[in-house]
Design a protein around this ligand. Structure first.
Ligand code: 13P
Ligand code: SF4
Length: 302
């Protein structure tokens, strides 16, 4: 592994590449990244880097977003099959039908979505800025795609808008069960329950804190509490433990593991640096259409 790491570091220098990683990838991949963060942070980093090559250790929509925001850069994906199933869970026909039904409709698209869905949307959001952005929109009617759980959570925080919810969901967060959380709370009665808003409403109702992956990590780091039950993908445990060596973190359930994020390995990272394989390509026309809602997100999130 040390040899692998040395080769990656050397090639990264030679090729002026930067490595971005999401908190859900394997620990050793997080350790070699230049930037690690939540979806919003990583999309901002992608717009400011002066590297020639971005290697995105995450799923397809993350690499696509980096390319859309940064067309002149080369964006490489260590595993081209690492894809988020939820990113596909909305229908263009439904968007078009709802636009006819509600002339003032804003299509608010979670960044966990394909570039194609972004092309049909008015603004993108991430879990850390969705509330702020939706509140700033002049539109009364909001169609939130693709995640029904994040959409429902935001709709409750912004009651003056009319939300139309979609039926997409993240299978990792949807797999956390109320009875598992109850059991964890019984076992660790002092622990605070930290939850990602991709979890279903009954889980969010049990939370002490709801936020994006970065917000969960920041909250636990700043909290005087010493024990936490984690209601998101367990890749966050790596950074939580590094930043909080004295605190204890527990799983909220059995399978909080995103199989697509876990496809990224050091071997695959080295391979794409060596070969330039798995480059993200988007046509100019397609990229420009998908860029508009992402740029609007970056503006409204300021
Ligand atoms: P955040 O890091 O923005 O909280 O996103 C969670 C997620 O599911 C990414 O796939
Ligand atoms: Fe998609 Fe869920 Fe995996 Fe995130 S954790 S990439 S939302 S399947």
């Amino acid at each position: 592994m040390e040899n692998l790491i040395a080769q990656i570091k050397q090639l990264k220098e030679e090729k002026n590449a930067v490595i971005l990683a999401h908190y859900y990838v394997e620990d050793e991949v997080q350790d070699i990244a230049d930037y690690i963060g939540d979806s919003f942070y990583l999309s901002k980093v992608a717009t400011t880097t002066d590297a020639d090559i971005i290697v995105f250790c995450g799923v397809s929509f993350m690499g696509e977003s980096a390319k859309i925001l940064n067309p002149e850069k080369t964006v490489l994906m260590p595993d081209a099959t690492a894809d988020c199933p939820m990113a596909h869970m909305a229908e263009i026909d439904r968007i078009e039908a709802l636009r006819k039904e509600y002339p003032d409709l804003a299509v608010v698209c979670y960044i966990n979505s394909t570039a194609e869905l972004k092309c049909h949307s008015d603004v993108c959001v991430t879990s850390s800025n969705a509330m702020k952005i939706v509140k700033k929109l002049p539109n009364k009617n909001i169609f939130f795609i693709p995640d029904q759980n994040l959409g429902h959570y935001i709709s409750e925080q912004v009651p003056d808008k009319n939300f139309i919810l979609n039926d997409g969901y993240c299978h990792v967060h949807a797999s956390i069960r109320v009875n598992q959380v109850e059991a964890a709370k019984r076992k660790y009665p002092e622990a605070l329950f930290l939850v990602h808003p991709e979890c279903p409403a009954p889980i969010l109702e049990m939370a002490d804190f709801i936020g994006s992956t970065s917000e969960i990590i920041d909250y636990a780091t700043e909290s005087p509490a010493q024990e936490f039950i984690v209601g998101t993908e367990l890749g966050v445990l790596h950074d939580l433990k590094l930043k909080n060596p004295g605190k204890k973190f527990y799983s909220a359930g059995a399978v909080q593991c995103c199989p697509n994020m876990k496809k990224i390995s050091l071997e695959k990272l080295l391979h794409v640096l060596q070969t330039g394989e798995n480059e993200v390509h988007l046509s100019d026309e397609f990229r420009q259409r998908a860029q508009a809602p992402l740029t609007r997100m970056l503006e409204l999130a300021k």
